[in-house]
Structures are given as structure tokens and as C-alpha cells.
Ligand binder design. Structure first.
Ligand code: SME
Length: 162
């Protein structure tokens, strides 16, 4: 049923998918593909990673080609990254400073990746449907991101932003 919360099952599937693998690029790639193909009505899902505390740099993703660098404090990603908090935008056309990488995107959910109190990046979801992301999605994506964080060796990335 459409209203059923998909996240408890996704959490188990993700744990199985990432089990025994800790390589960062591998896990980020798997995670982006997993979310993109398991959630409905998305047109983009992927990462922007903290580049030496200077800007967010495009990482592994699924969807159309995207902007490669986002300044901290700019757009939905840079705002969520700087605040180190998840951000749901129901209508990106009403969000001042939204960075339009794909004109199909109408709503957006961005979840920060925080490791040892440091921002290592953000996970960004875009949908062609206005108000696509609910509180359940926000909490669900945060729980999936936590599994990713716990299963991944962030070595160099954590050192370089330290
Ligand atoms: N819309 C984002 C930029 C990234 S793309 O959506 C992939 C933003 O405003 O930060």
C-alpha cells in the first residue's frame, strides 16, 4: 500500500547491502543507487561532499548531470550543510537561493552526513512532485544515512576537514 512506511524494510535491505564493505566511494555509490531505485518519484539522489571546508563538491549520484560545486550557505544543500540539519523544501521555486541543476525538480530533501561532529557532506534528494517529502521521509532518510555513516570508513575525508 502506498501509505505504508517503507523505511523499516529499506533499513534492513540497506544493512544487508552494505555489510562487509566500508570503502567510501563504493558505499556512497551503492547508497545513491539504492535510494534512487527504491523510492518513488525521484529525479535525482546523490551526495555533495565537504571539500576541505571550502565548498561542497559533487559526489556519487543517480540522475542527470549536476552542478559540481556548491558554496556553504548557498542553495538547499549549502544551507543544510552549514546548519548541519536536514532540510525539506516543498516548492523549490519558492525557496530563495535554490540552485536549479535539473529543471524538473520541484521539491527537495537534504540530509547532512555528520561524523565525529564534523560535516563530511550532504545527501540530496530531488523530486518532480511538489511537496513530495514528508516528515516520515525526513526521519527515514536520516535513519538510512546513519546506517551508511556507521558502515563506512571516512578516513581521509574526516582528516581533511579536521
Ligand atoms: N538544488 C540543489 C542543488 C543540487 S541539485 O538539486 C542536484 C540546491 O539548491 O542546493
Amino acid at each position: 500500500m502506498k501509505d505504508t512506511n517503507p523505511y523499516p524494510l529499506l533499513l534492513k535491505q540497506l544493512q544487508a547491502l552494505l555489510a562487509g564493505e566500508s570503502n567510501m566511494v563504493t558505499n556512497l555509490s551503492q547508497f545513491a543507487s539504492f535510494v534512487y531505485h527504491h523510492l518513488e518519484t525521484l529525479n535525482w539522489a546523490g551526495f555533495y561532499l565537504n571539500h576541505r571546508d571550502q565548498h561542497l563538491q559533487l559526489g556519487p549520484y543517480q540522475g542527470s548531470v549536476a552542478c559540481t560545486k556548491i558554496p556553504f550557505g548557498k542553495g538547499v544543500c549549502g544551507t543544510a550543510g552549514s546548519a548541519m540539519r536536514s532540510l525539506v523544501v516543498d516548492d523549490v521555486n519558492q525557496y530563495e537561493g535554490h540552485i536549479a541543476c535539473d529543471s524538473r525538480s520541484q521539491s527537495e530533501l537534504v540530509c547532512p552526513l555528520i561524523v565525529n561532529q564534523q560535516l563530511v557532506g550532504v545527501f540530496d534528494l530531488d523530486s518532480p512532485i511538489t511537496a513530495r517529502f514528508s516528515e516520515t521521509d525526513k526521519i527515514g532518510i536520516e535513519s538510512l544515512v546513519q546506517v551508511l555513516i556507521d558502515n563506512t570508513n571516512w578516513g581521509n575525508l574526516v582528516e581533511q576537514v579536521a
